[in-house]
Design a protein around this ligand. Structure first.
Ligand code: GP9
Ligand code: MN
Length: 616
């Protein structure tokens, strides 16, 4: 056999590793979302890190080399399959901080298992069916190249891989300054650099973020943030102190998405009770969820702090040692008693730790409730809300009570327990199951609010009710568009569906009607401070009754207002009115930079635990 053939045969494990792993990285994007990953533009960023990996393995003995490449292939394939499953629900890519907080989510097994598609495991086909035989063959070739040959080839490949990769990273850093360091949009990074480069960058950034925590806070940065905060306050004071001294009952409803409000199916209202209470309240119909990897906990964090979620992972895990200027502590400092209520495990999402940090006097978790009825993840909304009525009535007034519902949780599979609500041919679909679940929760919320009305609680209480995040994930968008009769739906249409209802009910119902101010969960705390005349400081959101602008900023760098939608995933601007793409101009660029500044300020405060260093 010729030396050349022998050469190739003795490196068959390396060749197969490069081909199989590069192929997997290239087809990965197709599983995320059509249009997100363009295979052609991804070839170089996909193969470059693979070449770097194999170059380092060339100097090893054949047996060690083939074993290491085999393990490396398993690790990469496991990351790819986990990323695909995670993307289906969160529309994002797993990061190290998510893995740290992700293990806590084991409790929602039904959510994760419903996202798994068996085809995903084809990514392991080579590992099971081909590579073991290749490795055995290579090890039996009794021909070992000495290091004089291997080292120059290894150095050449290493140089080639690093050069190619540097070109990809440098190109993206020029196109999207700050993206590589902040990773505010992980999908875009993956689209441009491939999943392997993304995870390497994520590991590097996670380590450097932990090192940054140890560095002293920059005086200049604090001054920039203070300047932003000062400028962020509105001069108008409509309804200032309107609810001073009243109770505040805040209800965060699991997966209550705005499209169900005032909607019907087969002639039945989906949420008859919320529709009724909405007409007795100020109803915000352009109110967006702004959660990221922290899911429900992000919603709670924003509502109670008006700070953005973590750029990766969940604040409730990554920054549980930080100090906060949270709403409960603010109310407590002004004579209120405070409590949080949630019929699920106290340590889920690290709530038992975080609620203390926020200043809640009490947290009534699962152990504080009689577990007399379980639906889906845990205590049913009916039982939770019924038992919470008694707890509320025993609270010293005035009080701030924060309640979080649970039953209408993805994948809404307890359909036999939601009661009979005919969803017609949507029966058995995710959307149909969701409509049943949210109809059930609406019924319990109606019972709860009617009871508060009857027992006189609403005479001196404000009720704020909103949804924590979406219910229907993007991979089911066609089901939703069809239900809403939106045939030619655009990216803007999908974005405009990412709303949750916010209703604010006042004791005398003198403030009521539809309010089209664009806002989000970041704006609840400033709105409460104005209504209850509380000292509000270090908040990134706006008072919804005195908005300085109509902008809603999302964790991935996107933003929307009454005129424009910027999709950071695609780096594209749209006109909200015409749904058409728009070229970037100086004012849009300014908005985009301001968005990244604000996200960066919020991250800086979290990373340096600097909330108490502001205003000094
Ligand atoms: C669990 C519940 C669900 O306590 O809040 O959290 P989510 O999975 O929606 O983030
Ligand atoms: Mn939730």
């Amino acid at each position: 056999m010729s030396k050349l053939n022998l050469f190739f045969l003795s490196f068959l494990d390396v060749i197969f590793f490069v081909v199989c792993v590069t192929f997997k990285i290239l087809i990965y994007g197709r599983h995320m979302e059509t249009g997100y990953i363009k295979t052609s533009s991804l070839f170089i960023p996909a193969i470059a890190p693979v070449i770097i990996a194999v170059s380092l393995s060339l100097v090893l003995k054949v047996k060690t080399r083939s074993r290491i490449l085999y393990i490396f292939n398993i690790v990469i394939s496991s990351f790819i399959v986990s990323d695909i499953i995670y993307f289906r629900y969160f529309k994002d890519i797993i990061s190290l901080p998510v893995l740290i907080s992700g293990f806590q989510l084991g409790a929602v097994k039904s959510s994760v298992s419903s996202l798994i598609d068996l085809k995903d495991f084809l990514y392991f086909a080579d590992i099971v069916l081909i590579i073991p035989f290749i490795n055995r063959y290579v090890r039996n070739i009794k021909y070992n190249f000495d290091l004089n040959y291997k080292i120059p080839i290894a150095v050449l490949l290493l140089f080639m891989g690093i050069t190619l990769d540097f070109k990809s990273f440098y190109g993206l850093s020029k196109e999207q300054p700050r993206l590589l360091s902040t990773m505010y949009n992980k999908v875009y990074i993956t689209r441009k650099l491939g999943i392997l480069n993304y995870h390497c960058l994520d590991i590097y950034n996670s380590i450097s973020a932990n090192i940054t925590k140890l560095t002293p806070v920059s005086r200049e940065k604090l001054e920039d943030i203070n300047a932003f905060m000062d400028n962020n306050k509105s001069d108008n004071k409509k309804l200032k102190g309107y609810a001073k001294g009243k109770n505040l009952i805040m209800i965060q409803v699991e997966a209550l998405q705005e499209f169900v409000i005032d909607a019907s199916i087969n002639g039945q209202e989906i949420t008859p009770n919320l529709n009724r209470w909405m007409k007795r309240s100020e109803y915000f119909d352009n109110f967006y969820y702004q959660v990221a990897a922290g899911g429900t906990s992000d919603a709670e964090f924003m509502t109670n702090n008006s700070m953005y979620p973590a750029s990766a992972g969940a604040v409730y895990f990554l920054y549980s040692g930080n100090e906060f200027n949270a709403m409960p502590e603010n109310f407590k400092n002004n004579g209120y008693s405070t409590a949080a209520f949630h019929g699920f495990r106290e340590n889920f999402w690290n709530r038992d730790i975080m609620y203390k940090k926020f200043g809640f006097d009490n947290f009534y978790g699962e152990k504080s409730y009689k577990k007399d009825e379980s639906i889906g993840l845990g205590l049913s909304d009916r039982s939770f809300l019924e038992q919470s009525l008694t707890k509320l009535n025993n609270m010293k007034q005035p009080y701030y009570a924060f309640l979080i519902t649970l039953t209408s949780h993805y994948p809404y599979d307890a359909v036999d327990k939601y009661g009979d609500f005919d969803v017609g041919d949507l029966n058995g679909t995710l959307l149909g199951n969701y409509l049943k679940a949210i109809h059930y929760t609406d019924e319990q919320l109606g019972m709860f609010l009617d009871s508060l009305d009857k027992n006189g609680t609403l005479e001196n209480s404000v009720v704020m009710l909103y949804g924590d995040h979406y219910a229907i994930p993007k991979d089911k968008e066609q089901q939703l568009f069809k239900f809403l009769d939106m045939s030619s739906a655009s990216d803007v249409d999908w974005e405009k569906l990412q709303k949750v209802p916010l209703l604010v009910h006042f004791p005398d119902e003198s403030v009521k009607g539809v309010n089209d101010t664009y806002g989000g969960e970041m704006d609840i705390y400033p709105t409460v401070c104005n209504l209850f005349d509380l000292p509000g400081k270090n908040m990134f959101g706006k008072d919804l009754f005195n908005p300085k602008n109509q902008r809603v900023i999302f964790r991935n760098g996107s933003f929307i207002d009454e005129n424009y939608y910027y999709s950071a995933q695609d780096d594209v601007y749209y006109s909200v009115r015409t749904r058409k793409k728009l070229p970037e101009n100086s004012s849009l660029k300014k908005e985009k930079d301001s968005t990244l500044d604000q996200l960066g300020y919020s991250d800086y405060i979290l990373r340096h635990d600097a909330i108490d260093k502001l205003n000094k």
